[in-house]
Design a protein around this ligand. Structure first.
Ligand code: G4P
Length: 289
């Protein structure tokens, strides 16, 4: 079943972001490096292009992503006009410290010693916006949490050295066009649990991992994965980890959560759910259907 998630408060968040766009110089778009395109909100690109604002595109959580896939995504985005793509981990202060200078280079017209550089952080829920905001300000101003949509209001703060930073709540878009994007977003926990079914998401994640990272699965769960599909993998994890319901049957929900938590935390290894090539193939496949 395709996954959709657009809570009501995001309509007003979108309106506020559209208004604020008029009074900022650079958009810092935070995406998840493990699924950069699936976690790029098309509405953000639309709002930004309407005002002609440049974008520093952050492929965050790169510590959890496959380095080869991240390199391919960087080439992909850096070929786009008005976009500078950078991979970071918002948990790493040295990497975060590079961001103001990168934003300055995208808005050289603000660098005359009188005008402040006004930056705005945007992105879908749970990609690390609050973590980044806190790291840039070197103090805790935004609540960090793994349950999506924790930040609900917009705030502008003085970053010092002639710079301001506006924080925006996680913003989804009304309709997810590609079914695989919904599943990738759920697997990474950008979409809230009430909107998804863990077993289906784990089966989808299992298919991707079996196709691209079978050795990581075999190493983590000590199982032979050859010939398996996603649901069979979830069952095998359940058997291996003794996930049982009363009466002795397999507790597939628990098994699904084991796979999802292992993926989200990085316990399985550095994994990217899409590359520019897999993305192009997916788009082509869906267009042909
Ligand atoms: P948001 O504002 O965009 O919704 O995201 P937020 O900063 O709340 O971050 C969501 C989760 O992602 C948090 O995990 C945060 O620590 C984690 N995170 C953010 N940036 C990075 C990164 O670059 N690398 C890694 N590995 N994780 C990152 P959490 O489970 O709530 O808590 P925690 O125990 O990790 O703090």
């Amino acid at each position: 079943m395709p996954i959709q998630w657009f809570p009501g408060h995001m309509n007003s968040a979108r309106r506020n972001a559209a208004e604020s766009m008029a009074a900022i110089d650079v958009v810092i778009e935070v995406t998840d490096a493990r699924l950069p395109e699936a976690s790029s909100n098309p509405m953000i690109a639309e709002l930004r292009k309407f005002r002609n604002r440049p974008c520093l595109k952050l492929l965050n959580k790169s510590d959890l992503a496959d380095p080869a896939a991240t390199r391919a995504w960087m080439d992909f985005y850096n070929a786009q006009p008005d976009v500078k793509a950078v991979q970071i981990s918002a948990k790493n202060p040295a990497e975060v410290a590079r961001i103001p200078a990168l934003c300055r280079s995208l808005a050289p017209h603000r660098d005359d010693g009188t005008k402040p550089l006004r930056m705005m952080i945007m992105g879908i829920p749970n990609v690390g916006k609050s973590t980044l905001m806190n790291a840039l300000l070197k103090r805790k101003v935004a609540k960090v949490g793994d349950e999506p949509a924790v930040t609900k209001h917009q705030q502008t703060l003085d970053l010092g050295a002639g710079m301001t930073l506006t924080d925006t709540p996680g913003l989804m878009w009304p309709k997810i066009d590609y079914d695989a994007d919904g599943y990738m977003l759920a697997a990474s926990h950008a979409i809230g649990r009430n909107a998804v079914i863990d077993e289906e998401v784990a089966a989808f994640l299992g298919e991707v991992l079996l196709a691209r990272y079978p050795n990581l699965l075999a190493a983590r769960y000590k199982i032979k994965v050859e010939g398996m599909d996603g649901p069979a993998l979830v069952e095998a994890i359940g058997r291996r980890r003794g996930c049982l319901v009363k009466g002795g049957g397999l507790d597939l929900e628990k098994a699904a959560q084991i796979l999802l938590v292992d993926y989200r935390s990085g316990a399985l290894g550095r994994i990217s759910l899409e590359t520019p090539e897999t993305r192009a193939a997916m788009v082509e496949r869906q267009a042909a259907e």
